[in-house]
Design a protein around this ligand. Structure first.
Ligand SMILES: C[S@@+](CC[C@H](N)C(=O)[O-])C[C@H]1O[C@@H](n2cnc3c(N)ncnc32)[C@H](O)[C@@H]1O
Length: 354
């Protein structure tokens, strides 16, 4: 059984623990998400919410709505501390995406080894490094210098020499990394951006027929594989430890997270991309993680990044380790990260680049 590092996706909104989808730093609990969404009046198209929270809630916690009834997006300025201290934990702490990702993207996006690839919000280069071989040239873009340093190290370790790393926001596109691209990905990062504006910018940067893929882990509604017999990660108790150390309102950078009430699809349908397709690729069913990777998973989240703790996370780490040794004396846990959800959209093949 392979031992992979991994992490849960935990979210707490300003109204308490809130799960809107297994997306970004989010942990799914759709029932409660819907209840909270109903309370705050957020739209829940098809009963499912997704994404993280850099947008959506107007002053006083009341979301503004557009004419279609969806909560309107309200971008907030980038906070450079959201992942402060998290980069070193990310690769060890986050679970891998589905092994089906490369063949499915190759088929769906018509990849043949040529063309260019942009991975936006690349973090430590998880997708950039996995997919770069499918292109002549790849660009990994992220505003966080520590994430890019990890990414560059990982690429060197794999002997990849066709990746360029760019420190910038997705909102700085196209200037920061001009197209054309055959494929643009956002892995658990699109929700941090000014989504509609960024999607429109990406549309213009794609080759005719080029593809945008928004990629996340999704647990809600996906068939759960049988347990390989190891204890499960005690996420609920670890979340209680996070709350004990950081308070019960979900933190993010210098502020707090707010709930989010729309899916990526709801954004893309309002852009020139139109209605995207949503694919679910089978997640790793027998992921085994050790205690340190579980802890790293929490430190890799914006909501429990090391900088948020007064002592850099030292006492939190002690508490988590004590809990984990109690739950699994071998220090091994089963984790199911969910399936890999790919929200896929294309530029019109007839439309020439401007
Ligand atoms: C959850 S990590 C995702 C890392 C990686 N893409 C993956 O698939 O695991 C989110 C990343 O988005 C980056 N980010 C945050 N705001 C951004 C923005 N406005 N534009 C681009 N990237 C952003 C963060 O610095 C962080 O590295």
């Amino acid at each position: 059984m392979p031992v992979y590092p991994g992490a849960p996706k935990v979210r707490a909104g300003r109204f308490g623990w809130l799960c809107v989808s297994n997306n970004g730093d989010c942990f799914c609990d759709n029932f409660r998400a819907k209840a909270v969404a109903a309370f705050v009046g957020l739209a829940t198209p098809r009963g499912r919410l997704s994404g993280e929270t850099r947008s959506c809630v107007g002053s006083g916690g009341v979301p503004r709505r557009d004419r279609a009834g969806f909560a309107m997006l309200r971008a907030v300025p980038y906070d450079p501390t959201i992942y402060q201290g998290a980069a070193a934990h990310y690769r060890q702490g986050r679970p891998p995406y589905s092994p089906e990702l490369e063949p499915v993207l190759a088929e769906e996006a018509g990849l043949d080894g040529r063309g260019r690839f942009l991975d936006a919000g690349c973090g430590p280069g998880i997708l950039t490094v996995r997919l770069a071989r499918l292109f002549e040239e790849a660009v990994g873009l992220d505003p966080d210098a520590d994430m890019l340093a990890e990414a560059s190290r990982a690429a060197k370790g794999k002997g990849l020499s066709n990746i360029r790393w760019v420190q910038a926001l997705a909102e700085d596109l196209p200037g920061a990394a001009p197209g054309p691209y055959r494929l643009v990905t956002f892995g658990q990062s699109f929700h941090w951006t000014d989504e509609e504006r960024v999607a429109e910018a990406i549309y213009d940067m794609l080759e005719p027929g080029g593809s945008l893929a928004l990629i996340v882990h999704t647990v809600t509604g996906r068939p759960r594989p049988p347990s390989p017999g190891l204890p499960e990660i005690p996420h609920e108790e670890i979340r209680m430890l996070v709350a004990r150390h950081l308070g019960s309102t979900r933190r993010a950078g210098q502020g707090f997270s707010a709930p989010r009430g729309h899916r990526f699809q709801d954004v893309l349908v309002r852009t020139r991309f139109g209605e995207p397709r949503v694919l679910f690729l089978r997640g790793v069913p027998d992921l085994v993680r050790d205690s340190e990777s579980v802890l790293s998973g929490y430190f890799s989240l914006a909501s429990s990044a090391p900088h948020l703790f007064h002592d850099g996370g030292r006492t939190f780490a002690q508490d988590v380790r004590a809990l984990l040794i109690d739950r699994s004396p071998d220090g091994l846990f089963w984790d199911w990260p969910g399936d890999t959800e790919v929200v896929l959209a294309h530029r019109d093949p007839q439309q020439a680049t401007g």
